[in-house]
Design a protein around this ligand. Structure first.
Ligand code: ZN
Ligand code: ZN
Length: 132
């Protein structure tokens, strides 16, 4: 079992499997909410175990499509934990355990500020990597 929680501990979640994908987004929105490295979890392996009622959602407006969930007490960005999708992003910063996974890509590198340096050799994309 892999455990995750927000900064204050009000929100807790569990993963039954190591996620198979990790990516880092450098867009200004991810940067501002403080969640740029994300793991992609399978909904069947993810469960919120405490504090569901403490989670607030900042809804995406077009052209953006990802809602931002955060702890309403401490403000920790949690990712898209209320997603109905089969696979969805969860903030890697909230994982309590040291999981065996490495970052696979960087997206929206075109929006990265010059003071932020990429320190791994994974692929870089100016926008979303997997869209046509
Ligand atoms: Zn919290
Ligand atoms: Zn982003």
């Amino acid at each position: 079992m892999i455990n995750g929680s927000c900064c204050c501990g009000a929100v807790k979640f569990e993963l039954t499997e190591t996620p198979n994908m990790m990516g880092t987004c450098h867009c200004s929105r991810c940067r501002k909410v403080g969640a740029s490295t994300l793991i992609f979890v399978n909904s069947e392996t993810f469960q919120i175990t405490e504090g569901r009622e403490k989670i607030s959602t900042y809804k995406a407006e077009a052209p953006y499509k990802y809602n931002r969930c955060f702890c309403s007490i401490c403000g920790s960005a949690l990712g898209e934990v209320f997603s109905g999708e089969e696979s969805f992003p969860v903030s890697a910063n909230c994982i309590d355990d040291d999981i065996e996974i490495e970052n696979k890509f960087h997206e929206f590198v075109s929006e990265k500020p010059h003071w932020s340096h990429i320190g791994d050799t994974s692929k870089q994309f100016d926008e979303h990597p997997y869209e046509q």
